[in-house]
Every structure is written in structure tokens, then in C-alpha cells.
Design a protein around this ligand. Structure first.
Ligand code: SF4
Length: 347
């Protein structure tokens, strides 16, 4: 088990961030927030897949106003992403947002004080998000890690001088390796909860690989209270990927494990990949937290899959079904899915 770094505990709506709390999964809506019905649906779809908190962009008054209605129809904390506008931040807070993410460098100090005062009054959490590339000093982008850490320290000092401690920190980079280095420094310097992610990480497998390298290496150091796997245009896949990653790191225990062989010349059946995907989907959708093995042949399949609760191994257009390495049944390829589901449900 990974030993988690102890951080301050921050209360956010009905959940806690940091301390010994579990690593929380966050995603962000990819629809304009004023499209209220679609946003509510996307938030609830992501929540039913396992998102602990969701973020929306607040770009204008319509978005800030939408928060009121959205909050009535969701059961997880809502975060507003706001840049360059004190007015929108204040409106979002008044309308019931639970947390705001701002880059304080974009906001004059006297304006920031208004946001801090309002957040204090409404018990709203603020994430200081100083991403590499969007954080500037005197008009120049800051890329140096020490400069980013120093700027974070100055910013935290400013918040603390206003008596505000309800903070979460993040400094994301689009480089996985740089993100890892930044977060080690953040954890060395501050005890606020950290939100992890590799920003602009790409789509599908490109984004999954980059995010997994960045986030999992930081989590393995015991660092990180919330994560977002940023994937181009796919919040639901972000949530599923986050769960699978946390599960493989032993940070999300109640979840199915699927192993499937790569296949080789010994494989005796077709569609192994499709079979494996269908079974995993079924296990995930029905919260069946077993280990299932999908193997292409009986030569190595049964032995290599013997730790699985249930496994199947191909044998001349048939499948051998085994339980903890012991054969229990032979089934035809065409009946495989239904037979397997029956066995799973009889466990
Ligand atoms: S289980 Fe069989 S088919 Fe799959 S990789 Fe191993 S030897 Fe090849």
C-alpha cells in the first residue's frame, strides 16, 4: 500500500479533500455551462461512473447564473473555473458553487481580496491553479520550477494574510516528467492538498499514457489528494481511466481486475479483444469486483491465469472456463458471453 503524505484536510460540500481521505476523482464538463440540461446530464453520468467532483467553466453571466439550477440536480460538489473576472467569481460563489479554481496571477490584489472575502463568507474552497504556460510574471511565461514554487509561496502568503486557508494547489505542465518534478517540490514546500494532472495531455491513448506516467508516479510518492486525467473531449473516459489507474495502484480497491493475454500463434479463438472488453464492461457496469482472465490458449492460459477468480482459455473454437486454475466447464464460442455471465453471477 502506498503511504500517503499527510496534508491539511479541506471540507468541500459533503466530502473532504486531503488528510487521510481517499484520492478523489475529478473531471470537467466539455459543454458550455449555460446549456444547463446537458451539463446536468454530463455531471450525473460522470458521477455514476465514479467522479467525486466535477468542474465547469464560467465564461459569462449566463454560466454564472446556471450554477443555481445545476446545483439543484446534482449530488457531488461543483467547481467553477474562472479567469480574469472578479464579478463572475463573486456571482458563482453567490449562486452556490462549492469550489473555484483561479489563477490569482490574472487578478489584481484588491480584486482578489473581494473573492477571498466572499469565499470565506460562503465557505467556498479555492484552488490556486498556476499552470506552466498560463502563469506569467511581468508579461513573461514562467517555466522554471523554482520560480513557480516561489510564486506559489507568495500567493499562499497573500491568502493566509487574509486569513484564508481553504486552499487546494495545482501546478500542471503538459510534460509528464516536468509535472512529476513540480509536484515533488510542491509537496516538499506546502502542506495543502494537491490536485494532480498533466494538462493538455492529448486524446485517447496519447492522453492516457501521458497522464498515467505523470499522475501515477506522483501518487507512488504518496503525493496527491485529487486527480484529473485530462483527455481531449471525453469526460466519461477521464473518469473510467482515473478509476482503472487508481485501482492498479491499490488506491481504489473495490473494482474489477481484468487480465487478458496479448495472444500469439497459439491462440485458438477469434475476437479475444472483443470478448475481454465485453466482460470488463459487464464487470464495471455491475460493480462486480473480481479478477477475470481472458486467455487465448490452454497451453499457458490456465497456468498464467490461475490467480483469477474466473478465467477462460481458448481451445479450438471452444473455451475452457476455470476457477482459480481449476477447470470447471467447456463452452462453445457462440454461447460464451451468456455462460460466463451466469457463472459470474453465481459466485
Ligand atoms: S495465453 Fe496462449 S495465446 Fe495467449 S499469449 Fe500466452 S501462449 Fe499465446
Amino acid at each position: 500500500m502506498i503511504k500517503r503524505e499527510d496534508t491539511r484536510k479541506i471540507k468541500l460540500g459533503n466530502i473532504e479533500i486531503g488528510g487521510s481521505s481517499k484520492v478523489l476523482i475529478q473531471s470537467m464538463c466539455d459543454i458550455k455551462t449555460s446549456n444547463i440540461d446537458q451539463v446536468i446530464k454530463e455531471i450525473n453520468d460522470c458521477a455514476s461512473l465514479g467522479a467525486d467532483l466535477m468542474r465547469v467553466s464560467i465564461l459569462d453571466n449566463e454560466d454564472a447564473e446556471a450554477i443555481k439550477e445545476i446545483k439543484k440536480h446534482i449530488n457531488i460538489p461543483l467547481i467553477g473555473d474562472i479567469h480574469f473576472s472578479t464579478d463572475l467569481a463573486l456571482k458563482a460563489i453567490n449562486n452556490g458553487i462549492d469550489k473555484i479554481r483561479i489563477n490569482p496571477i490574472n487578478t489584481p490584489k484588491e480584486e482578489l481580496i473581494k473573492i477571498i472575502d466572499s469565499a470565506k463568507k460562503h465557505n467556498v474552497v479555492i484552488r490556486i491553479g498556476l499552470n506552466e504556460g498560463s502563469t506569467t510574471r511581468e508579461g513573461n511565461n514562467i517555466h522554471d520550477i523554482n520560480d513557480l514554487i516561489n510564486l506559489t509561496k507568495e500567493t499562499i502568503d497573500f491568502f493566509e494574510n487574509q486569513g484564508f486557508y481553504n486552499l487546494v494547489l495545482s501546478i500542471k505542465s503538459s510534460s509528464a516528467l516536468k509535472t512529476i518534478s513540480i509536484y515533488k517540490e510542491l509537496a516538499n514546500n506546502f502542506d495543502y492538498p494537491l490536485h494532480l494532472g498533466v494538462t493538455e495531455s492529448g486524446f485517447d491513448d496519447i492522453g492516457i499514457i501521458r497522464s498515467t506516467i505523470g499522475i501515477s508516479n506522483i501518487l507512488l510518492e504518496g503525493i496527491g489528494s485529487t486527480i484529473r486525467v485530462s483527455l481531449t473531449k471525453d469526460p466519461k473516459l477521464e473518469v473510467i481511466t482515473a478509476k482503472r489507474m487508481l485501482h492498479d495502484l491499490n488506491l481504489y480497491p473495490n473494482y474489477p481486475t481484468l487480465i487478458s493475454c496479448p495472444t500469439c500463434g497459439r491462440c485458438k479463438v477469434d475476437n479475444i479483444k472483443e470478448i475481454a472488453k465485453n466482460i470488463m464492461n459487464y464487470l464495471e457496469e455491475n460493480n462486480i469486483n473480481i479478477t477475470f482472465a481472458v486467455m487465448g490458449c490452454i497451453v499457458n492460459g490456465i497456468g498464467e491465469g490461475k490467480n483469477a477468480d474466473i478465467g477462460i482459455a481458448g481451445a479450438d473454437h471452444k473455451f475452457i472456463v476455470f476457477r482459480k486454475g481449476t477447470i470447471i466447464k467447456t463452452v462453445n464460442e457462440e454461447n460464451l458471453f451468456n455462460e460466463v455471465i451466469q457463472i459470474i453471477n453465481s459466485l
